[in-house]
Design a protein around this ligand. Structure first.
Ligand code: NAD
Length: 328
């Protein structure tokens, strides 16, 4: 099968090239994202492969269908960037990688917590300049703290298990409770109670219409003063302007985000020589208690290998008419 791979980064190409020999597919790598103006590049291919910030809207899907594309393989779990019902109308089959390494994202959430709390990023820079002072580097002990987890699916569950190891008390909110999590001592509660009681809140639910801006001013107002909020899920779960308001008055004591509402224009790009036009992220970057990473939660060697193998296997299964549960 001939696959047009959009938005290719060098690290992805390395993994695809290492593994492609085990499959009977051919890949054309494009470094530009999928957009209405780039969809033409899919001509003479059977499949396209896209990532989180490619856009497969009605216009793009119409073009892909005219070009004879048969399948879209998402090399990620989330699919909020693709209009599924329109794709189905055009007869396009869609596959994804629902789970590659939930632990990698959960561990990144922990990295954000530990860095914000113990300020290792500041200590690293200080010591390199021969400044061995501890002034303002004090953090808090995680043991015994209450951690609120919104969404206890694969990543949320991995996160709960790690936080249990720190000796934290875990409150969770999810419309579907996990028996396994209850067994390890996670306490399910209401959304509001979780917000009111938690010292740290970590988001692990998907972005769907009901969860857009699930954390806005109303929610910040009932959180504990000085709470830490971690978002490794999807940017639009949090109303970023309201988060800035909560940071300015100290209601929000720490903010760690791996995802951002308007990340498409910024994340995954080297903007070091550009003038950033997004004033919201620029304001966020001025706070000493905000840590931003650019959607790297998934970014481990193990996860990359799993993403590549599952993506290629999805193409093989389609070719051989084998049904799998990774089709949307
Ligand atoms: P999952 O489907 O296993 O779990 C999602 C959980 O959220 C489910 O248990 C579901 O019941 C729950 N949920 C749904 N609506 C909810 C609501 N309104 N309130 C609370 N919980 C709700 O998904 P997962 O694999 O754990 O991934 C979670 C999210 O992480 C994905 O949707 C994706 O956006 C994000 N993600 C981020 C990265 C990254 O690199 N930062 C990588 C992979 C996934």
């Amino acid at each position: 099968m001939k696959i047009a791979l959009f938005n290719t980064k060098s690290y992805e190409k390395d993994f695809f090239e290492r593994i492609i020999g085990e499959y009977s597919h051919e890949i054309t790598y494009y470094d530009i994202p999928l957009r209405p103006e780039s969809a033409e590049l899919a001509r003479n291919h059977d499949a396209i492969c896209i990532f989180v910030n490619d856009i497969a809207d009605k216009e793009v899907l119409k073009k892909l269908s005219e070009l004879g594309i048969k399948i879209i393989t998402l090399r990620c779990a989330g699919f909020n960037n693709i209009d599924i019902s329109i794709a189905k109308e055009y007869g396009l089959r869609i596959f994804r990688v629902p789970s590659y390494s939930p632990q990698s994202v959960a561990e990144h959430a922990i990295a954000l917590i530990m860095t914000l709390n113990r300020k290792t990023h500041k200590a690293y820079n200080r010591v390199r300049e021969n400044n061995f002072s501890l002034e303002k580097l004090n953090g808090f002990t995680l043991y015994g703290k209450t951690v609120g987890v919104i969404g206890t699916g694969k990543i949320g569950s991995a996160f709960c298990t790690i936080m249990k190891g720190f000796g934290c008390h875990i409150l969770a909110y999810d419309p579907t409770e996990s028996k396994e999590m209850i067994k390890i001592g996670v306490q399910y509660t209401t959304f509001d109670f979780l917000l009111q009681q938690s010292d740290i809140i970590s988001l692990h639910c998907p972005l769907i219409p009901e969860t857009k801006h699930i954390i806005s001013k109303e929610q910040f107002d009932i959180m504990k003063k000085g709470v830490m909020l971690i978002n490794t899920s999807r940017g639009a779960l949090v109303n970023t302007k309201d988060a800035i308001g909560a940071l300015k008055v100290g209601r929000l004591g720490y903010l760690g985000i791996d995802v951002y509402e308007q990340e498409e224009q910024i994340f995954f790009h080297d903007m070091s020589e550009s003038i950033i036009q997004d004033d919201v992220i620029s304001r966020l970057l001025t706070f000493p208690n905000v840590l931003i990473t650019s959607h790297q939660g998934f970014f481990t060697n193990e996860a990359l290998e799993e993403i590549v193998r599952t993506t290629l296997q999805n193409c093989t299964d389609f070719e051989n008419g084998i049904a799998n549960d990774r089709e949307l």
